[in-house]
Design a protein around this ligand. Structure first.
Ligand code: SF4
Ligand code: SF4
Length: 472
């Protein structure tokens, strides 16, 4: 037992042992080995479909405009012919809540399916690793190349990789900005070198984020930055689908001569292929670890080994802890019902409110100073401020009417009872609703104010409002 004093001399201490504890683990680049198999095919399809949607959707038109466009300067969001305004923010909030519960539901049911198949970090990393493979070769070649001194060949390979990475990252940044600026206009700006400052900033920012995260940080994002990896265990139970090594079947693991001499070895031949293919560099045989992103590469690798060794597949497989311990897995369990119930209620609420979304947004405020005003011997009036927003994509000309009492009449100083609003325009006008004293003879009446769009007869909206009567 020894430690060094400040002068660097070794000293003996009696019963204490100096332990050097490193608080930071130096990063070692992981070069996962390429592997084929049913789950890797599934992952490739997921990459193909998800990235295909990302890169192609902004080029899709709907009518005379881009199908999906977050038009921030004009504060509207175009979605396949629908136009959403800031007043529709509730739908976005609902959508995010639904996404959160969908994540809870699928995590409880299928473990980290999101991480393994759909997370943008996983999906883009797949492409960057693939570009690395086509320029620098397979895992062994890449390991060798990293250790080799700089030569013209090494420079060419590294340069080609960087060229492809940077081009792909910039294309990603360009596509991202294309969801906010019409992508065809953006392409012209790029071509003519007339990009605006914000477009330039976001194009390079998103490009750099893609390049850094998928090219260099890779599994570091999952291990150290992703909050989901930390809290997903709260959604796990003994019936959650996980990827696990079957210890009972695999142990005692051994290989080579020792294996040949052993009368009853486990099925694991200790080839370490499952470790070599792991993108996060862990050994699944050590048990369930939060670093595991459930990519199933180790499942495919081990299945291949088992097949070649003439043993049944599934030494590493999708399973549950219950099943590993010899019990039965239960798919339908209380937490699944709770998540599914909440998700269903949210989806239903979202769908119903979205279908019934009215393109005329209406707000009516009663004048705070007086309940009513006497107009003449027989008539009183209530004064309101009417706020109408045209959430449609075409101009509107609104007509007002009121029902609920005999003889109601809506009067406005603005172009009588007809006023116009352009798409996305919010109009606030004072209106007066007049009623005969005889009819409005109670303290409060409930009446209905109706707004019709005379240019689009199928669009209207109404609101129930209070009307203060002449009660003397
Ligand atoms: S791939 Fe299978 S056989 Fe090879 S070390 Fe991993 S668990 Fe054992
Ligand atoms: S342990 Fe297996 S499933 Fe988990 S990240 Fe590594 S290769 Fe993928």
């Amino acid at each position: 037992m020894s430690h060094k004093d400040t002068a660097g001399n070794s000293k003996k201490s009696e019963n204490t042992e100096a332990i050097e504890l490193k608080l930071y683990k130096a990063h070692e680049k992981i070069h996962p080995r390429e592997i084929k198999g049913r789950f890797q095919t599934l992952r490739k399809w997921a990459v193909f479909v998800l990235l295909g949607l990302f890169y192609l959707l902004p080029w899709l038109d709907w009518g005379d405009q881009q199908a999906i466009l977050f038009d921030l300067p004009n504060r509207r969001f175009h979605l396949f012919g629908l136009t959403l305004w800031p007043q529709d923010f509730i739908f976005l909030a609902l959508l995010l809540i639904m996404a959160a519960f969908a994540l809870f539901f699928f995590t409880a049911l299928g473990g980290r399916l999101w991480c393994g198949y759909a997370c943008p970090q996983t999906v883009w990393t797949e492409v960057f690793v693939w570009l690395e493979q086509i320029t620098e070769g397979n895992r062994n070649q890449r390991l060798k190349l990293d250790k080799a001194p700089w030569t013209v060949t090494k420079f060419k390979k590294k340069f080609s990789k960087q060229f492809l990475w940077i081009t792909f990252a910039l294309w990603t940044g360009f596509t991202f900005v294309g969801f906010f600026t019409p992508i065809k206009v953006l392409a012209e700006h790029v071509w003519q070198w007339t990009l605006g400052p914000w477009e330039t900033f976001w194009l390079f920012f998103y490009g750099l984020a893609t390049y850094g995260n998928a090219g260099y940080l890779r599994e570091q994002v999952c291990l150290y930055m992703c909050p989901y990896a930390r809290f997903q265990s709260a959604m796990f139970d003994h019936n959650t689908l996980i990827i696990s090594y079957d210890e009972k079947r695999g142990e005692p693991r051994m290989r080579g001569k020792k294996r040949r001499e052993e009368s009853n070895p486990g099925d694991c031949i200790d080839c370490t292929l499952c470790v070599q293919v792991c993108p996060t560099g862990i050994d699944i045989r050590d048990g369930l670890q939060y670093e595991c992103i459930a990519c199933a590469a180790c499942v495919d690798a081990c299945d291949e080994v088992m097949e070649k060794s003439g043993m049944p597949k599934g030494l590493i497989r999708y399973t549950t802890e219950n099943s590993l311990q010899g019990g039965e897995s239960k798919i339908l369990r209380p937490r699944i019902f709770v998540y599914a119930g909440i998700l269903l209620a949210l989806v239903t609420g979202f769908t119903v409110s979205f279908i019934n979304r009215n393109e005329i947004e209406l707000n009516v405020l009663h004048d705070r100073n007086t309940f009513y005003r006497v107009v003449d011997l027989n008539t009183i009036e209530n004064v309101y401020t009417l706020k109408v927003m045209n959430k449609g994509t075409t101009p509107a000309a609104y007509e007002l009417s009121a029902t609920g009492l005999d003889g109601l009449e809506v009067v406005s100083d603005v172009d009588d009872t007809m006023f116009k609003a352009g798409p996305g325009e919010l109009i606030a006008i004072p209106i007066k609703i007049r009623a005969p004293k005889k009819a409005a003879n109670q303290r409060i009446h409930n009446i209905e104010l109706r707004v019709n769009d005379s240019l689009n007869p199928d669009k209207d909206n109404s609101k129930s409002i209070k009307y203060f009567g002449y009660n003397k």
